[in-house]
Design a protein around this ligand. Structure first.
Ligand SMILES: NCCC[C@H](NC(=O)CCC(=O)O)C(=O)O
Ligand SMILES: NC(=O)OP(=O)(O)O
Length: 315
């Protein structure tokens, strides 16, 4: 494997999950694999988990890590071909990606959706720009349309917590004051296609995800009905896809509560707005898996980095 850009780069999810769980047992078992290798993390958006878990995973593999925040520290990058660069953008992706490649062995990138223009976001300019012009493997740390490291971590958490042959898993939309991207929900849906589970999506009318990604998956607009007999409830806000990037309403009735959750386990990628997305009692109770999900981010990205390092060592 060269890049890790989406779940399509996983050849066998069960194998990767089991390898990640082995790494969790003995995190420094491959300390020599990354020795002398450098990972460069480029952030165009904020992060807590992705940044620290990726640094930790790289260190577990013996790699050195460099981090750069483009939002506040880097030059503003231009992505358009043939552009007359006489405005605010100082550097073109063509030079930036080639230069960064000279300083590291793997580059990992976070660049969220702008949520202004669907076509621009779906073009994945930042990730694809690096993929095109960088000469080192590229890892997606949440792009416009996907968060495949989160989905891999969630698959690890489900494997650890599930005791049924075919659990019922519900992806439930929640209210939020800001317009948020579709990336986490999209990758969760893609990951669920690789699971043996009864999977249902629930959200208010107008919050349908990209129909190409959700084709064939049951959608239930009645949240209460969707949650009946659920084993796992994955809660997440996203903005409208059809009325692109808009917050249509913030219906507080969609917040996850202990009553609605019933006996199910609660999942969320974090960061989460307490008492808007989910009630305190759920996060503070024994059915919440959010802290373990964040823990598993380390082993998800560690398995990705390990596979890239093993691949590049074979050359
Ligand atoms: N990587 C995890 C989620 C990141 C982002 N959430 C956020 O921006 C929430 C920010 C806030 O609550 O202000 C998202 O939904 O894609
Ligand atoms: N879940 C997640 O990606 O968290 P951060 O945005 O803090 O990295």
């Amino acid at each position: 494997m060269k890049h890790y850009l989406s779940l399509k780069d996983i050849d066998s999810l069960p194998d990767w999950v089991s390898e990640a769980r082995q790494l969790k047992e003995k995190p420094t078992a491959y300390k020599n694999l990354g020795s002398g290798k450098i990972l460069c993390l480029l952030f165009f958006n904020n992060s807590l988990r992705t940044r620290l878990s990726t640094q930790k995973a790289a260190m577990n593999l013996g790699m050195d890590v460099m981090v750069m925040n483009f939002g506040s520290e880097g030059w503003q990058l231009e992505f358009e071909d043939g552009k007359v660069m006489d405005q605010g953008k100082s550097e073109h992706i063509k030079e930036a990606a080639q230069v960064v490649s000279q300083y590291c062995d793997i580059v990992a990138i976070r660049a969220f959706a702008g949520l202004k223009d669907k076509l621009t976001d779906e073009a994945e300019m930042v990730l694809n720009g690096f993929k095109k012009y960088a000469s080192v493997p590229v890892v997606n740390m949440e792009s416009s349309v996907g968060h495949p490291l989160q989905a891999l971590a969630d698959a690890i958490t489900l494997a650890e917590q599930n005791s049924k042959p075919r659990p019922k898993i519900v992806l439930s939309w929640a209210p939020h004051p800001k317009a948020l991207p579709h990336a986490v929900a999209n990758s969760f849906v893609a990951m669920m296609r690789l699971q043996d589970a009864e999977f249902v999506i629930t959200h208010p009318i107008g919050y349908e995800l990209n129909p190409e990604l959700t084709k064939g998956i049951p959608l239930e607009y009645d949240q209460e009905r969707a949650l009946e007999n659920a084993d796992f409830v994955y809660v997440k806000n996203w903005s409208s896809y059809t009325d692109y990037g808009k917050v249509l309403h913030q219906d507080p009735d969609w917040m996850m509560t202990s009553k609605k959750l019933g006996k199910a386990k609660f999942m969320h990628c974090l960061p989460v707005r307490r008492n808007v997305v989910v009630a305190d009692a759920v996060l503070d109770g024994g059915q919440s898996l959010v802290i373990e999900q964040a823990n598993n981010r380390t082993y998800a990205v560690q398995v990705v980095l390990k596979k890239i390092l093993e691949g590049s060592n074979q050359k």
